[in-house]
Design a protein around this ligand. Structure first.
Ligand SMILES: NC(=O)c1ccc[n+]([C@@H]2O[C@H](COP(=O)([O-])OP(=O)(O)OC[C@H]3O[C@@H](n4cnc5c(N)ncnc54)[C@H](O)[C@@H]3O)[C@@H](O)[C@H]2O)c1
Ligand SMILES: O=C(O)C(=O)C[C@@H](O)[C@H](O)[C@H](O)COP(=O)(O)O
Ligand SMILES: [Zn+2]
Length: 377
């Protein structure tokens, strides 16, 4: 029986149906209050290491520690610098050593308290220390709530490209407390919205239409925001449940990412271009490229561009602070994408809004010419 300290007003539970690796995503205001009780119910007697970053620690670490302490759970905090640069070999070592030093053992847990950077880093450390520790995701950014905390992709970046070192390692629980978003900077919220819109673009035209009408309410908070988070989590959970390790249509979740990841790497994994911003731009380019390939007509491209731009996201290469690398470097980065097989490029292309598909063997010359035109070189 789970007895939370303070009962959240409403909570939505989205199950991720992965057999013996199944878990719940618990969504709603104040759901973080249930963290201690839920951990106790899932892993009685476990101690935890909480990985977080400096910004999230300032806003939420004391509260989370108090919630765990109230349930009799001993917690050791590990705090890293904020930002994409923290998904590095150096931090991976620091975090693994800190988990080991805290004597987190196989019956214990790692808690990822933060955005996608913390979730990816904590998950990879948990997958690796003592050959695998369980972990809990407590996402604190919109992006982490709708995407990175779900599905078990964990990892760090390489100079050759994004997320090239990592593991599939599912969390045992995800607690997405929407109240935590009250402290999230606006630019970060907008970046997370790109991944929300992605679900509409890749497979749910009605959701995209709903977002076109209701996005301001999603930004404002309240019921529309919780609805958008729940729809996104349901979409991701369904895809992950049928293709956990991306042997098939999980790749749809990569819409916009092949272009986007190359731009992020090109920006040195810096604040010049956030992941969600790169995804927004990448989605527009995926629609434009698909149109160029004769795959879609009508007003889809202008619709997608207009919506993402009005939501405050970059939609043109010129929107990237400091620009993007030259085409040779972009093609080098794209060649390292994890979807590449024997040198053949895979892109997620579209036949319309909500109609994405996995295109294998996309002509590199066509991508190169398209990028050269788009960056004006
Ligand atoms: N594993 C996956 O399936 C998956 C999916 C999507 C993205 N990702 C990864 O996620 C990362 C991006 O995640 P992100 O956008 O959350 O970035 P992030 O983790 O850098 O967090 C964004 C920023 O907001 C701050 N922050 C987070 N929550 C806050 C809060 N509640 N209050 C105040 N500040 C807060 C952080 O300190 C950081 O500065 C990328 O590395 C991307 O590759 C992974
Ligand atoms: O969960 C997935 O699968 C995704 O592709 C979600 C993406 O939003 C996310 O950015 C993911 O980390 C990208 O995966 P990668 O395999 O291209 O690194
Ligand atoms: Zn992403």
């Amino acid at each position: 029986m789970i007895a939370p300290q303070r009962q959240p007003a409403t909570e939505t539970i989205v199950p991720v149906a992965l057999g013996e690796r199944a878990y719940d995503i618990v969504i709603g205001r104040d759901t973080i209050e249930t963290l201690g009780a839920r951990i106790k119910a899932l892993r009685p007697g476990a101690r935890v290491a909480i990985l977080t970053d400096e910004n999230v620690a300032r806003a939420h670490l004391d509260n989370v520690t108090a919630i765990l302490t109230a349930s009799g759970i001993e917690a050791t905090p590990i705090v890293v610098a904020p930002g994409e640069g923290s998904k590095s070999y150096k931090n991976f070592e620091t975090v693994c050593e800190a988990i080991i030093a805290a004597r987190i053992e196989r019956n214990d847990l790692v808690v990822a308290l933060g955005g996608g950077v913390i979730g990816d880093l904590a998950g990879f450390a948990a997958a690796s220390v003592r050959r695998g520790l369980d972990f809990v995701q407590v996402p604190t950014s919109l992006l982490a709530m709708v995407d990175s905390s779900v599905g078990g992709k964990t990892g760090i970046n390489s100079r050759h490209g994004k997320n090239l070192i990592g593991a599939f390692h599912q969390p045992i629980l995800v607690i997405a407390d929407t109240a935590v978003l009250d402290t999230l900077p606006e630019r970060e919220f907008r970046a997370g919205y790109a991944e929300v819109a992605k679900y509409g673009l890749l497979g749910d035209a009605d959701f995209f239409t709903w977002l076109e009408t209701n996005w301001r309410d999603v930004y404002a908070g309240g019921a529309a925001r919780e609805h958008a988070i729940a729809v996104s989590c349901r979409a991701k959970a369904a895809i992950v449940a049928r293709d956990e390790r991306e042997t098939g249509d999980r790749a749809l979740l990569n819409l916009g990412h092949t272009f986007g990841h190359a731009f992020e790497a090109g920006a040195g994994y810096s604040q010049r271009l956030l992941h969600g911003e790169a995804v927004a731009l990448g989605c527009v380019l995926a629609f434009e490229f698909s149109e160029r390939q004769g795959l879609l007509g009508g007003n889809s491209v202008s619709r997608v561009r207009a919506h993402l731009a009005e939501a405050g996201l970059p939609t043109k290469i010129n929107d990237v602070q400091g620009g993007v690398p030259d085409v040779d470097r972009l093609m080098e980065l794209i060649a390292q994408d994890k979807k590449v097989k024997r040198g053949k490029l895979t892109f997620i292309l579209v036949r319309g809004v909500g109609q994405a598909f996995v295109a294998n063997d996309v002509d590199p010359a066509a991508i190169r010419a398209f990028l050269a035109e788009k960056r004006g070189s």
